[in-house]
Design a protein around this ligand. Structure first.
Ligand SMILES: NC(=O)c1ccc[n+]([C@@H]2O[C@H](COP(=O)([O-])OP(=O)(O)OC[C@H]3O[C@@H](n4cnc5c(N)ncnc54)[C@H](OP(=O)(O)O)[C@@H]3O)[C@@H](O)[C@H]2O)c1
Length: 349
């Protein structure tokens, strides 16, 4: 099979680098172009980026010339890891010019005709793409903390319904991009504020768990309260979750449905789909970022400590890799789903 040529916008950043790493051996997509700001354009990728991935930067990509984020790019599929300060306009420009943009930035997540997708949770929402008026389209990936939370909630919402959620996060520094929080602020410390994060966590799950009614999504009716903290961990966001459910379920039943959960990406055997989207651990002190963030090549969320709660019904801990499942890997899975369901042909026809 001929690989599909793709470009990465914001290729020099934290998410951009993860794209480069994951695309290096992708069976369907070939990294054809890298683009970033005017500060990087015109330089070789290896000179424009401060490579912080653990794998070696492949020479083939290191020697690529960084391009500007303009619609002269040859690849019609573009993955965006752009800073939210500029992503809105740049991504709209690409969609108008006929490109398929799959984005990690927050800017278009709540546009009524833009799907906000976790492939295991709401693959049906991709249909919203057909209502977009542009020649190309925009599809978005949720916030990195939202993804871990909602993936773990999906089987519970489907079987028992969720009334309210309280979530407290412990988020890794790579979630703030590169170079992120100054080392003197984060070492030996925890910071109880991440700008805009609580608002995203309280709103995005409602759209993702909402139902598609023709041309719009009706939000799920769930009350959510979120408190977000930055901690001195490199990768992997941990979340302590309390839930009130609409129907009763005991801990044994809930652990079983989390363990057994599989969805469309697993059925379609998409290349980035983990065999088990949710890994449940019985050990009292699991999950932990250092040990579990790479479960399912970083695409599984790890859940543990599920037990009854004296204020809500149950509580548990979720962990997910913020730049893989929470960003670049999640975006690739969306792209694989779109390809498999014929959206590339439909939009680019
Ligand atoms: N980090 C995470 O875990 C995570 C998870 C989910 C979603 N996100 C979202 O993903 C996006 C990228 O995050 P990040 O953590 O990778 O940020 P980052 O490390 O700060 O990287 C930002 C990228 O945007 C580019 N950029 C900045 N200004 C630009 C301009 N005027 N024109 C074109 N390109 C420009 C930068 O290029 P230069 O190097 O040339 O400046 C860089 O490649 C953000 O919207 C973020 O909210 C991040």
């Amino acid at each position: 099979m001929n690989k599909i040529k793709v470009a990465v916008l914001g290729a020099t950043g934290s998410v951009g680098q993860k794209f480069i790493e994951l695309l290096s051996d992708h069976p369907w997509f070939e990294l054809h172009e890298v683009a970033a700001s005017g500060r990087s354009a015109g330089k070789l990728y290896k000179d424009a980026t401060n490579w912080i991935m653990q794998s070696r930067l492949n020479d083939k990509y290191g020697n690529m010339l960084v391009k500007n984020c303009d619609t002269k790019l040859e690849s019609k599929i573009v993955f965006s890891g752009l800073d939210a300060g500029v992503a809105g306009q740049i991504e709209s420009g690409f969609a108008e010019a006929g490109y398929i943009v799959i984005s990690n930035a927050r800017n278009h997540r709540f546009d009524p005709d833009v799907p906000l997708i976790i492939p295991e949770v709401n693959p049906d929402h991709l249909k919203l793409v057909e209502t977009q008026k542009t020649k190309g389209c925009i599809v978005t990936n949720p916030n990195c903390s939202t993804i871990g939370l909602v993936l773990a909630l999906k089987p519970i919402q489907d079987l028992f319904g969720i009334e309210s959620i309280n979530v407290v996060t412990l988020q890794a520094i790579s979630g703030g991009g590169y170079p992120g929080v100054p080392s003197m602020d984060i070492l030996d410390n925890a910071i109880p504020f991440i700008s805009g994060e609580e608002e995203k966590m309280e709103s995005e799950p409602l759209k993702i768990l909402g139902s598609l009614n023709g041309k719009t999504v009706s939000n799920a009716e769930i009350k959510i309260s979120a408190q977000c903290n930055r901690i001195a961990v490199n990768d992997g966001h941990m979340e302590c979750v309390q839930l009130k459910m609409k129907k009763n379920a005991d801990a044994y039943e809930l652990k079983k449905i989390l363990r057994e959960f599989k969805s469309l990406p697993q059925e379609l055997k998409l290349p980035s789909a983990p065999e088990y989207p949710i890994m449940y651990f019985d050990e009292d002190n699991y999950p932990q970022p250092k040990i579990h963030r790479n479960e399912g090549k970083g695409m599984s969320v790890s859940v543990g400590r599920l037990r009854e709660d004296s204020l809500f019904d149950i509580k548990f801990v979720v962990l997910s890799h913020n730049t893989i499942r929470g960003a670049a890997g999640g975006t690739l899975l969306i792209a694989e789903l779109m390809k498999e369901q014929g959206y590339f042909e439909k939009v680019l026809a």
